[in-house]
Ligand binder design. Sequence first.
Ligand code: ADP
Ligand code: MG
Length: 243
Amino acid sequence: MEQPLLEVKNLTCGYQNKPVFTQVNLSLYRGQLSGLVGPSGSGKSTLMKAILGLIHPWAGEIWFRGKRLQPGTSPPRVGYVPQVETVDWNFPVTAEEVVMMGRYQKQRMLPWASRGDRTAARELLNRVGVAHIARQPIGELSGGQQQRVFLARALVGEPEIVLLDEPTSSSDLQVQHELLHLLADLNQQGLTILLSTHDLNSVATHLPWVVCFNHGLICQGQPLDIFTPANLERTFGAQMVVF
Ligand code: ADP
Ligand code: MG
């Protein structure tokens, strides 16, 4: 059997003394493009943050390429696009500067950008289809453009896997569709991708693999196989889903 790229073993997470989920097991394989689907408050962001080492799990283990990660450390080559509402920054940091910051995440002070930084940022913006807005202030971009800028930033360091938290939830259908197409392209180029969403419609037709989550793993598989009324009911409860 192929070794998973990322493996979550018996993971239990919570806040203060309230658990969000207990004993979750999940394997992600190299080359997968998967959706983590569940209603708001079901623990999707918590699971992603635990994988990224941003919160300490109560129990369980996270393995990356067959090695156990120390709790609270992030996998070596992982990119993250946090849930972003449209940013209305009132200082003029440009799209390419946002991407360049990705190169210096672990430093307290940003150095002056080198020509290499700028070229790398341009290349990444080009890769996500927004090279033309490199010099525009991030606050003046549309939500969909901002999303691509943050995706470009997540691609700094050539990650093997990128986690995107609710990348489609604050955009209209056309923008969602375009983003999912872009993610499919990046996936074709070899990137492993996990995105979370509470919006079934946007993923059912676009994602080859779906993990249904509601305070724990409900089921996983290809959307057509697993989106049965019983599974949808177990995942979304009374929130009815219309295709
Ligand atoms: P989702 O991303 O699926 O909407 P979350 O992982 O954000 O779900 O939240 C799961 C549960 O944990 C919710 O009940 C939420 O209120 C709670 N929660 C999330 N973050 C915190 C926090 N920092 N402190 C306390 N409770 C939190
Ligand atoms: Mg969330």
